[in-house]
Design a protein around this ligand. Structure first.
Ligand SMILES: Cc1cc2nc3c(=O)[nH]c(=O)nc-3n(C[C@H](O)[C@H](O)[C@H](O)COP(=O)(O)OP(=O)(O)OC[C@H]3O[C@@H](n4cnc5c(N)ncnc54)[C@H](O)[C@@H]3O)c2cc1C
Length: 496
């Protein structure tokens, strides 16, 4: 097992990961799903519920990669910003795609209930905050989401954001009162359990090494058995490898890391009063309070596989940068997983050739989108629902191989650096405005004392001339451009 991911059974939350056997005998099924992550398990559950015989082949364990190591925030939408989506496919199709993304979120909401998944820890409210002062742009986006995309959103002014998050780093915010969060590890294992109860058979430690796609019944080869299936769903994400290397090459793998702090006591509530998830509009930080007074925080990224433990200190520094009053917080666990980022930022959902389906490329926003994919593909196979065609404009584009990863690395450096620089500038402007206001107040007071009602800012004749204000010093930034990027590597395109 790669060190990127820890087994779900190892998690501090003690999520049970039942032993599932390896496939050791030949099998004939309606649908063979490759990969037991969120996407594969949702397809399997839905297809089994609709009456198909389903086998899921997982090379390692259920939720081994990103699906067992995420933050559990569920929002509508895709990695591709909504304005870009409209530009790409037009308003009508963008609306339909957005509606599918909402259906995906509703699927998770209906599945992640206490009844079906005890201890799932469902809570509502997600806040997307801006690193820069963009009030006007925000209003346009709010209107578009509310009116054109029927999504419940609230615009929060800077004061409101800062009353919830005690930092000068964030400005305006978009509050999604109906977006929600759940325990990510419990969800993937709960999903596997529900798929099994619906009749799907899940085999672990069973990598698919090759597939013969020709013919009506496709042949799947694993090290210890062979399968025949009418349909194959490739849900292996960036690790799919040999069975269809060309498909893996259309994904840029991005390893994202998150850390959990020790209990931080009351100082955490004094610093962060918002109980839901917080993401920033540049997709750099994503955090929330868990277990009362611990902080769960995702931020660092690499375009290569690295030990998550290496990134504990980076998360620690990031928290201290955003909330200096918390200081250097003790970290108890660091974890991570690889997400597959497509060139266009949209997931890969659809039929590649007769009977061969793909569900991958969910990027940093995989909960709602993989749920949408699972439902769509199961219904397409069994009911002939062809709404997956809405994803057709987003073709399989080669992600650039090793060169793509290097380019991704530099794009990431640039993005984080640019975000940090824009943040410094926004805070500088904010400081300058505050200083200007206080200068005007001082002048008004001086005018009053001098008994003149002259225009504010212009000294009355004969009055002592006040020294012009000094050029304001930039607001100190302990992680300014370009240093902010030292150990952070990301590619733009998603809110996780
Ligand atoms: C730190 C972090 C935080 C995140 N937070 C959020 C969040 O809050 N909200 C959100 O929406 N998204 C989040 N995400 C993204 C989300 O986790 C992913 O988009 C999603 O889990 C992808 O699911 P998947 O099923 O496509 O892939 P995977 O989880 O990678 O599953 C694919 C499975 O296929 C198996 N496999 C691959 N090839 C083969 C083969 N040849 N044979 C057999 N098996 C194979 C693999 O072993 C793997 O288990 C986060 C991701 C990370 C890393």
């Amino acid at each position: 097992m790669s060190e990127t991911s820890t087994s779900a059974a190892d998690g501090p939350d003690g999520v049970a990961s039942p032993f599932r056997e390896r496939l050791a005998f030949d099998l004939d099924v309606d649908i063979c799903v490759v990969g037991a992550g969120l996407a594969g398990l949702t397809v399997a559950r839905e297809a089994a519920r609709l009456g198909a015989s389903v086998a899921v082949l997982e090379g390692r364990q259920v939720g081994w990669n990103a699906s067992g190591h995420h933050l559990g925030t569920v929002m509508p939408g895709f990695g591709l910003p909504v304005a870009d989506l409209i530009e790409r496919v037009g308003l009508e199709d963008a609306r339909e795609l957005w509606a599918l993304s909402k259906e995906g979120a509703e699927y998770v909401r209906a599945t992640a209930t206490e009844e079906l998944m005890p201890g799932i820890g469902y809570s509502e409210g997600v806040l997307e905050v801006s690193n820069v002062d963009v009030g006007e742009a925000l209003i346009g986006r709010l209107q578009m989401l509310a009116e054109d995309f029927a999504t419940e959103v609230e615009g929060w002014q800077v004061d409101r954001v800062r009353s919830m998050l005690r930092t000068g780093r964030y400005f305006h915010g978009i509050h999604y009162p109906k977006a929600f969060q759940i325990d990510g590890r419990k969800y993937v294992h709960g999903l596997a359990d529900l798929a099994t109860r619906a009749g799907a058979r899940i085999f672990e430690d069973t990598p698919v090494v090759s597939i013969d796609f020709s013919g009506i019944r496709k042949r799947i080869v694993t090290p210890s058995a062979r399968l025949r299936a009418g349909h194959i769903v490739l849900a292996g994400n960036v690790h799919l490898g040999a069975p269809l290397k060309r498909l893996s090459d259309t994904l840029l793998p991005v390893w994202r890391y998150a850390a959990l702090t020790e209990p931080l006591g009351e100082r955490l509530a004094e610093t962060i009063a918002f109980s839901g998830s917080v993401t920033d509009s540049d997709g750099i930080d994503h955090f929330r309070i868990v277990g009362g007074d611990r902080l769960l925080w995702a931020s660092p990224e690499t375009t290569w596989d690295a030990r998550p433990q290496r990134f504990g200190a980076a998360v620690q520094r990031r928290i201290a940068t955003m909330f200096p009053q918390l200081g250097k917080v003790p970290i108890v666990e660091v974890f991570g997983g690889a997400v597959g980022v497509t060139v266009h930022g949209m997931p890969q959902i659809g039929q590649l050739r007769r009977g061969l389906w793909v569900a991958s490329g969910f990027g940093r926003q995989g909960l709602n989108t993989s749920a949408a994919a699972g439902q769509l593909i199961a219904r397409s196979i069994l009911w002939g629902d062809d709404r997956w065609r809405l994803f057709s404009p987003f073709e399989l584009v080669w992600a650039g191989g090793a060169t793509g990863r290097v380019a991704g690395h530099f794009v990431s450096l640039w993005t984080r650096g640019a975000s940090s620089a824009a943040g410094v500038l926004a805070r500088y402007r904010e400081g300058a405005r505050a200083r200007e206001r206080s200068r005007e107040a001082r002048l008004a007071e001086a005018n009053l004392k001098a008994g003149t009602r002259g225009p504010i800012g212009r000294p009355p004749p004969g009055a002592v001339r006040l020294a012009p204000p000094r050029a304001p010093a930039p607001v100190p930034d302990d992680e300014p451009y370009p240093h902010a990027s030292r150990e952070s590597e990301r590619i733009p395109g998603g809110p996780v």
